[in-house]
Design a protein around this ligand. Structure first.
Ligand code: NAP
Length: 290
């Protein structure tokens, strides 16, 4: 059992509303325990409109790190002292870290996605043809991350305006402003669902598949062997899309790795330590592949 917090215990937490369902406290507290760090992580239910107040409280209370979830990702971006390139482009912060007295807003979703893709299914996106289904918060992080790594991204989304905004972000990132310098330039455009037929990597970033009876986010006849099909959904672990992809002979990956690795990135930013990913996964009853 972990010792009770003392006056020296460092505090991190998540702000959001709702936030009680968040897996973050279990993930981070398992990581602190596994490494024997005198840290604790709590959930702060912060109402809409109070994100900047929470950042001010972080300064005053000496909170070491914050995870940020809905509805505060954009207001926190405006309240920190500095933004990482990804957070600035996305206009969304999911993590605040300290650099001395300064608070830096980060967005670790894209890095978490890329690490999942690389470590779990050995896919390096540079120069690959990729299709992202969806144009919401998760999709935008993935689009920017893929384009920054030099992938060609086609955005397929129900609402054309959201698709165009997301593709514009990807196109901006494709100039290798965020990814490893010197790599190939990425691109992002809006396209039709049929683009899935020629894709190397297909990512579902819509919620379709979370609930029984949801339609598939794309026609399964467009899927084939040789493709990697990723569903950002992690519960259920195997969505109907991933079932259809496996039947078509494709490699499949769910959202568990992205969830864990984006948290692992946050943990490392705060503590300077590599995150114990397996212990974090076990704490929330998830398992990563690879
Ligand atoms: P979001 O911001 O609400 O965006 C949802 C996107 O899905 C929008 O582009 C929306 O299209 C589209 N969509 C929603 N319902 C649809 C429907 N019935 N038919 C077609 N398109 C539909 O949500 P989000 O935060 O990006 O989350 C998206 C998914 O990613 C969720 O399943 C979430 O659980 C998952 N996720 C996973 C992780 C992870 O770490 N694994 C992290 C974040 C999110 P419109 O633009 O037309 O509304």
């Amino acid at each position: 059992m972990r010792p009770a917090p003392t006056g020296d215990t460092k505090v991190a937490g998540v702000i959001g509303d709702p936030v009680r369902h968040s897996l973050s406290p279990a993930l981070h507290n398992a990581a602190f325990a596994a490494l024997g760090l005198d840290w604790t992580y709590v959930a702060f239910e912060v109402p809409d409109g109070q994100g900047a107040g929470a950042v001010a409280a972080m300064r005053v209370l000496g909170i070491e790190g914050l995870s940020v979830t809905m509805p505060h990702k954009d207001t926190v971006a405006a309240a920190v002292d500095e933004l990482s390139p990804a957070a600035a482009l996305l206009g969304a912060v999911n993590c605040v870290r300290r650099d001395g007295d300064r608070l830096i807003g980060e967005n670790t979703d894209g890095a978490g996605f890329l690490r999942s893709l690389c470590t779990e299914v050995a896919v390096e996106p540079a120069e690959l043809r990729t299709v992202v289904l969806g144009a919401g918060g998760a999709a935008r992080a993935v689009i920017v991350a893929l384009a920054a790594e030099g992938a060609q991204v086609t955005v397929v989304n129900r609402s054309p305006d959201a698709a165009a905004r997301a593709a514009a972000l990807g196109a901006a990132a494709g100039g290798a402003t965020i990814g490893a310098s010197g790599g190939p330039s990425g691109s992002a455009v809006v396209g039709p669902a049929e683009a899935v037929r020629d894709a190397d990597v297909v990512v579902n970033a819509t919620p379709l598949g979370m609930n029984a009876g949801d339609p598939l986010p794309v026609d399964p006849a467009l899927l084939s062997g040789g493709q990697t099909v990723v569903d950002l959904i992690y519960r259920p672990a195997r969505t109907p899309l991933l079932e259809a992809a496996a039947q078509a002979g494709a490699t499949t990956l769910n959202g568990t790795g992205m969830l864990l690795f984006q948290a692992a990135e946050q943990f490392s930013m705060w503590t300077g330590r590599d995150a114990p990913v397996d212990e974090m996964a076990a704490a929330v009853g998830l398992r990563i592949a690879g």
